[in-house]
Design a protein around this ligand. Structure first.
Ligand code: SF4
Ligand code: SF4
Ligand code: SF4
Length: 152
C-alpha cells in the first residue's frame, strides 16, 4: 500500500485529541516526513487500536522506497501514457528523441522512462530535483493524469 496522507489517516484515531501536541492531520504529516513514528501517538497504544501501529509502520515502509528526490511512483496507478517522460525537465533538455516527440531511445540517458507499460525513475541522479534550485521541478507529478507520481 502506498504511503499517502489518506492511508495514514485511516489508521489514526482522527479525534484530534492533541495529546501529541497537534491534530491527527498534522501528526500524519510528521509521519510522512519521518519526523515522528506511529508509536508517538499515545492513543494508538490503547487496546481498541490494536494492530494500527503495525499497519501504519507497514504503510510507512514504502517511504523507504521513495526516491531521494521525494518522488513516489505508484506503479499500479500508471497507465504507461508517457506524458511524464515527455515533460520531464531532464529528459526534455537532454534527450534528442524526446525533444522530437518520440520516446527516449533504448540506452539513452534519461531520468524517466516507460518500461514494460509502467513508468520507472531509471536514473534518479538525473532528476533535476536533486539539484539545489529555488523552484524545484515537479513537472512529472503535475502532468500525470492518473496521479501515479506524488511528492512526499
Ligand atoms: S495523539 Fe494521536 S489521536 Fe491524538 S491528536 Fe495526536 S495523532 Fe491524533
Ligand atoms: S521532477 Fe522533474 S526532473 Fe525529476 S523526474 Fe520529474 S519531471 Fe523529471
Ligand atoms: S506516471 Fe502518469 S504520466 Fe507517467 S506514464 Fe504513468 S500515467 Fe502517464
Amino acid at each position: 500500500m502506498a504511503a499517502n496522507k489518506e492511508n495514514i489517516l485511516e489508521f489514526l484515531p482522527r479525534t484530534d485529541c492533541e495529546m501529541c501536541g497537534m491534530t491527527c492531520s498534522d501528526f500524519a504529516d510528521y509521519l510522512l516526513s519521518g519526523d515522528l513514528s506511529p508509536t508517538d501517538c499515545p492513543v494508538l497504544h490503547e487496546e481498541q487500536y490494536a494492530g494500527h501501529i503495525e499497519a501504519l509502520e507497514e504503510i510507512l515502509a514504502t517511504l523507504a522506497e521513495k526516491a531521494a528526490t521525494g518522488l513516489l511512483i505508484e506503479a499500479e496507478k500508471c497507465n504507461g501514457c508517457g506524458i511524464c517522460v515527455a515533460v520531464c525537465e531532464y529528459n526534455a533538455a537532454n534527450s534528442e528523441s524526446g525533444r522530437m516527440g518520440r520516446g527516449p531511445r533504448v540506452g539513452e540517458k534519461v531520468a524517466l522512462r516507460v518500461d514494460d507499460g509502467c513508468i520507472k525513475l531509471v536514473d534518479e541522479s538525473l532528476c533535476t530535483r536533486l539539484i539545489q534550485a529555488a523552484d524545484k521541478c515537479s513537472k512529472c507529478v503535475d502532468h500525470c493524469p492518473t496521479k501515479a507520481i506524488s511528492l512526499i
